[in-house]
Ligand binder design. Structure first.
Ligand code: SF4
Length: 128
């Protein structure tokens, strides 16, 4: 339901790619992905059960200590309902970006969406 999320790792760094390249941001990596790209460089993210279920409240309170730009990545974050996470981060006045394959429908409210379609999954990301 998105009130608890499998938190793989989180870290403060510089966005290294895309339109916001060079922007300091706090990254939240959410576990869980069944897209199965053979070139994936974070295969350890695939099994959500390997990553501790963490309350969105805890994730939010920690993230905003570091930056007001938050990048949610994975895994495939849209495996989960992102509504609670994005609502809470926006209440803290954070700017929220997502990196997604588009394999699942969009949930949550985002300030920036980085969509990277994969050849073995059609893109489902759409505003609902
Ligand atoms: S969608 Fe992303 S996390 Fe999932 S297998 Fe492909 S590259 Fe890896």
């Amino acid at each position: 339901m998105g009130k608890m999320l499998p938190l793989m790792e989180e870290f403060y760094t510089i966005q290294g790619e895309g339109y916001h390249k060079g922007t300091a941001a706090y990254f939240i990596r959410i576990g869980g992905c069944d897209v199965g790209c053979h070139w994936c460089d974070v295969k350890e993210s695939w099994n959500a059960e390997l990553h501790p279920p963490t309350s969105t409240k805890t994730i939010i309170e920690n993230a905003v200590k570091y930056s007001n730009v938050i990048v949610v990545t994975g895994g495939e974050p849209l495996t989960w309902d992102m509504s609670h996470l994005t609502k809470g981060l926006h209440e803290k006045n954070a700017q929220i970006h997502i990196e997604t394959s588009g394999a699942y429908e969009l949930s949550g409210e985002w300030d920036w969406i980085c969509l990277s379609p994969k050849k073995n999954e059609i893109t489902h990301t759409k505003r609902v």
